[in-house]
Design a protein around this ligand. Sequence first.
Ligand code: MAV
Length: 326
Amino acid sequence: GCALGLALALAVGAPSITPANAQEVTLRGASMFDENHAFTKTMVKFAELVDEYYDGDVKFDLRLNSELGVESDYVNFLQQGVAIDYTILAPSNMAKFAPSIPLMDMPFLFRDLDHWEKVLSSTTFAPLEEELLKNADIKIIGYTGGGVRNLLSSEPVVNLDDLQGHKMRVMGAPIQAQIFAALTAAPSAIAYNEVYNAIQSGVIAGFENEAASIQNLKFYEVAPNVTLTRHTITVRPIVFSGKTYRNLPEGLQAAIQKAGMEAGAYGRELESREDGLKLQEMIDAGQIKATEFENREKLLEMVVPVQDAYAAEIGASDLLTAIRDM
Ligand code: MAV
């Protein structure tokens, strides 16, 4: 549109006039974090890549620091097709629209980072993506994540005795509560932006999270005891509003798909590399005290029947077996 804009401006002698057919698209994104968090960096990367791959005009308006709320709000916005066009979401925050989606971030799903990367760089999750698109009109365009989730608590929780009846917050998917209940804890689903206060006021004794987010939101101030259960390696889909997507020019749609895949790979490398470093930074700064869980192997045994039952319930037993066998 540049050349045309200039021609029109010259013709009417008013440099501020833009051609009537100028198709300027602005895409709004949302992050719960500041510019230092891997999710924010991944969304910035996504915008840069779209810009590079699309030869039309597109602007990005990325709102940080929970200005537009938390993920459970974003998922509602996306489903309704209002307020935001793209973001990064924990699958467990999309449970109410697609019950099978939280299989992606079910605790103890991946053996290690290699297993996780193998699954994420394949098309294993395609059936779950289809369900999300059909039920909620939310498109997955890439996968980031790579943080390792551990327990965090106001008082130390280092063995199964401590864990028994431990009041902890979990994300809103039933499978999250089921897993921690199977570990004999007392889980409750609380909104992410209420966790800090809930721990501070003693409503709960702790929760579980990964280093990048613990550091960014300073959760160590209220929950400085980190127990290295390493129960989840995070899977975080980069998601796009189906309603917005369908109204975009084809060239931009293609750029978004390509950029989503690549930004996902960038984000996975970034967050998985930074995870251990950030944990160490918090230890060195005296912000957290990290302890191994006494019998981690036992936890694994305790959750397998719950994983199996959930997979059966959502008709994904074969999918779960395929993931375990990868
Ligand atoms: C972390 O901030 C992220 O994994 C984010 O995606 C989750 O929604 C959040 O934790 C949470 O526990 O809700």
